[in-house]
Write a protein that binds this ligand. Structure first.
Ligand code: AMP
Ligand code: MG
Length: 419
């Protein structure tokens, strides 16, 4: 039997082959409390000015600034307090000369007032106060429309809804919003050596860690993936289950069985399902055998069974693809520059992705491997927050070299903020 010949393509080429075939799903209307991490399918415009009225940003007194013109340290100017308003109420008073209204943060500026004096800037007596400096027209006032004007674009179609977007929707009184229907995802671990995490181990067996890991990565982008029964390395069984998953879901992610081993059946599964293989060899390590196939706006991700390769494959290919299918404009992970904190002296013909730990210090961003670095490693994934990218070439890399790091997990640190 001859080993199938595959042509490795660059990572970026592999990514664009996937992204180019994907279309977003249909639009649906959902309640805003269900919209976190979904993608807006419509532009949202301000339906009124924000702020909606001139308001006080402080607790203090609303005055007419002209009345404060002569105030100084030697010549304190006094005001008579003629009304008192808290947030949510308004005053009918129009200020006469020398008058002021006691006003709380968020309350509407009364007629005749054009500045706010903070409590801290006054000496108070009963029903009056004095100040020692003049106030300018508009001082300490939040103006109507200073943040945005009615009709202004405030949220863009294709924007992923974050907590701030929910605040904007709530501001304008939206109860529902149009979003793109997110894709559904099936997750199938393949391999006769696999047992579920809650099953006892027998000789030669290992636990399926990729299934739960993929499900967690899907959850991080807001999708509840469906875990299918573990599949043994059995061609007919795999065809049947992958076919069933493809009928019921937009994306089918498998792990294992994409290599050229005797029991690696995924290539045959794609053939049997008449899915178009977009690529089956990528110039990367680990996970060079990662395979992606396409059929009628549905995608099949054949991730490697090796946990580190499975993880890298998801972040490089599956994540942007899912986000694209969700309709998002921003689909790629952030890549930052960092200083390598370890040696990788062995040259590599393929781009290497190393699960790494980034540390941010006042001197810069440093990246080091987060543990044992082989494609079958699992613990180092847990201790990583990024993937160090070492482009292919005839030379290795040394501690101190500038490298790029793709961020995979949110950054949190033990050390307290020093603000
Ligand atoms: P394969 O991609 O099927 O050649 O598997 C590559 C390596 O990954 C083998 O050592 C498998 O035992 C291991 N492996 C495959 N699937 C999983 C999984 N779901 N969880 C953990 N390890 C796996
Ligand atoms: Mg296998």
């Amino acid at each position: 039997m001859t080993v199938e010949k595959r042509t490795p393509i660059p990572v970026s080429e592999a990514i664009s082959r996937i992204i180019n075939v994907i279309k977003h799903k249909e639009v649906k209307e959902i309640r805003i409390e269900d919209s976190l991490n979904k993608v807006l399918a419509e532009d949202v415009k301000a339906t009124y000015d924000i702020p909606r009225f001139d308001k006080s940003p402080y607790d203090g007194f609303a005055i007419n600034s002209q009345d404060s013109n002569d105030a100084s340290g030697d010549n304190r100017v006094s005001f008579k307090v003629v009304d008192h308003i808290g947030a949510g109420t308004t005053s009918d008073v129009t200020l006469n000369k020398g008058e002021a209204v006691r006003i709380m943060t968020g309350a509407q500026i009364p007629n005749g007032a054009d500045a706010v004096v903070m409590f801290e800037q006054t000496i108070e007596q009963e029903n009056q106060f004095s100040i020692r400096k003049p106030f300018k027209q508009g001082e300490n006032i939040s103006f109507k429309g200073e943040e945005c004007r009615e009709g202004e674009l405030v949220l863009k179609k294709g924007q992923t809804i974050n907590s701030g977007a929910i605040a904007v929707l709530a501001t304008f009184g939206y109860q529902n919003v149009h979003v793109y229907e997110p894709p559904t995802i099936a997750i199938i671990a393949t391999g006769s050596e696999l047992v579920a995490p809650d099953e006892p181990l027998q000789p030669g067996k290992i636990r399926n860690s990729n299934g739960p890991m993929i499900q967690a990565m899907c959850k991080q982008i807001g999708i509840e993936g469906t875990i299918y029964q573990i599949q043994e390395d059995h061609l007919e069984g795999c065809i049947k289950v992958v076919n069933q998953a493809l009928n019921n879901h937009d994306i089918v992610i498998t792990t294992g069985g994409v290599s050229v081993g005797d029991y690696d059946y995924l290539p045959k599964v794609y053939e049997a399902l008449q899915a178009e293989v977009l690529f089956n060899k990528v110039q990367m390590r680990p996970g060079s055998v990662t395979t992606v196939a396409y059929k009628q706006n549905k995608l099949l991700f054949g991730l490697s069974g090796n946990p580190s390769a499975c993880y890298s494959g998801f972040h490089l290919f599956t994540r942007p693809a899912v986000l694209k299918m969700m309709g998002a404009n921003e689909i790629y992970s952030v890549i930052v520059d960092a200083v390598l904190d370890a040696d990788f002296t062995k040259a590599n013909p393929f781009t290497r992705f190393i699960r790494g730990k980034l540390t941010f210090s006042s001197e810069g961003i440093y990246a080091e491997p987060s543990g044992f670095n082989k494609s079958n490693a699992v613990v180092s994934i847990a201790n990583s927050n990024g993937m160090i990218i070492l482009p292919s070439g005839s030379r290795g890399y040394q501690k101190g070299d500038e490298v790029k790091v793709l961020l995979t997990d949110h950054q949190s640190y033990e050390s307290e903020l020093n603000l």
